[in-house]
Design a protein around this ligand. Structure first.
Ligand code: PLP
Length: 347
């Protein structure tokens, strides 16, 4: 597979990634910014992302699964890696051997950790997302003083909105912050950083905005795009007026149209929501998507650039806020759906 040139490229800007972390770190005030690198670094490649953020100065990395921690444990010291989705007793020997830090999410997990010898850990307090974490009604029953809690964290449900829930979660977190005896506190994700100094505590945990996502208004001023998509033209043809294009003939050519077929599809994360909508570009010229996105292929109107031919590369528009508005997919989905067939090229 690696002997062949991929007809699909994800072009990644390492300087933009580092600059986004530095900007988010600066916007976190005296707090340190960590980094969420779960889901393979939001689809961009956890190993490459982690190495670059380490070099930029980041010291706290968050993944969801233990396998994700193992996958980057030769890139940063395991003690810098936190595993958000918790522990189960059967994994304890591997967890101890790896040395990454568990985020304990339930009273049961606190007991398991204590019974297996304790040691440095983090605790997730559920301040109102009601998804994962120890609830306010449970926290006092947990014997947190018996374990070595480095970080007490909580996660905001609505930080991307002006919602009263933000303030409610902040208050609940604040009221319970002392219970754990934690050395450090952490509440804000990317959007939470923009809610102001009260939300910063000791550590912030941006994910989306590291990778170019605009989690809240105002971030356009300092967040740079990181990923660009480029696909090769597999075929160029001129079709007559009236020709249908793609599955179910959802587009009918109004005029004679020069079309190109590019090697990207929903199997690559370019979902059917882009059908008839998502433009590609060649330089400044827009090349609209015609008809349905299929699994491996998309047909575009290349009439605007008469010189284009088979083998040429076009840019597939993937500006996160714009593509999100166009398709109704979240910026998170746009990133984490990106498939495995891209050649990832860091610049
Ligand atoms: C994914 C995640 C983050 C990062 O959130 P973004 O919105 O991507 O910045 C932070 N904390 C927790 C607990 C998460 O699950």
């Amino acid at each position: 597979m690696t002997d062949f040139e991929s007809p699909l490229r994800l072009i990644l800007d390492g300087e933009a990634l580092a600059s986004n972390w530095q900007a988010l770190n600066a916007h976190s005030g005296p707090a340190q910014a960590g980094a969420a690198v779960k889901a393979d670094g939001y689809g961009l490649g956890a190993r490459e992302v982690t190495a670059r953020l380490r070099d930029a100065g980041c010291r706290d990395f968050f993944v969801a699964h233990w396998g994700e921690a193992a996958a980057i444990a030769d890139i940063v010291p395991p003690a810098w890696i936190s595993v958000l989705n918790g522990i189960q007793a059967a994994d304890i020997p591997h967890i101890r051997a790896l040395g990454a830090v568990p985020v304990l999410n339930t009273p049961e997990q606190v007991s398991i950790w204590h019974a297996s010898g304790g040691g440095r850990c983090h605790v997730m307090f559920d301040s109102g997302i009601n998804r994962l974490g120890i609830g306010p009604e449970q926290i006092h029953q947990c014997r947190l003083q018996d374990i070595d809690v480095d970080l007490m964290l909580s996660h905001l449900a609505s930080a991307d909105e002006d919602s009263a829930q933000n303030d409610a979660q902040l208050r609940l977190f604040h009221e319970h912050a002392a219970v754990s005896g934690a050395k450090r506190l952490s509440l804000a994700n990317s959007a939470g950083i923009m809610l102001g100094a009260d939300y910063h505590y000791d550590l912030t945990r941006p994910g989306l905005s590291l990778y170019g996502g605009i989690a809240r208004g105002g971030m356009e001023a300092f967040i740079k795009p990181v990923a660009r998509l480029s696909a090769r033209l597999l075929q160029v043809r001129t079709l007559p007026a009236g020709a249908p294009i793609g599955y179910n003939a959802t587009h009918i050519c109004g005029n004679d149209t020069t079309v190109g077929t590019i090697s990207i599809g929903y199997a690559d994360g370019y979902l059917r929501a882009f059908s008839g909508k998502g433009p590609a570009h060649y330089g400044a010229a827009a090349l609209p998507v015609l008809g349905r996105v299929s699994m491996d292929l998309v047909t575009i109107d290349i009439s605007a650039v008469p010189g284009l031919r088979e083998g040429d590369w076009v840019d597939v528009d993937y500006d996160l806020p714009t593509a999100s508005a166009l398709t109704g997919l979240s910026q998170y989905e746009l990133l984490t759906n990106l498939g495995t067939r891209f050649k990832r090229i860091w610049r």
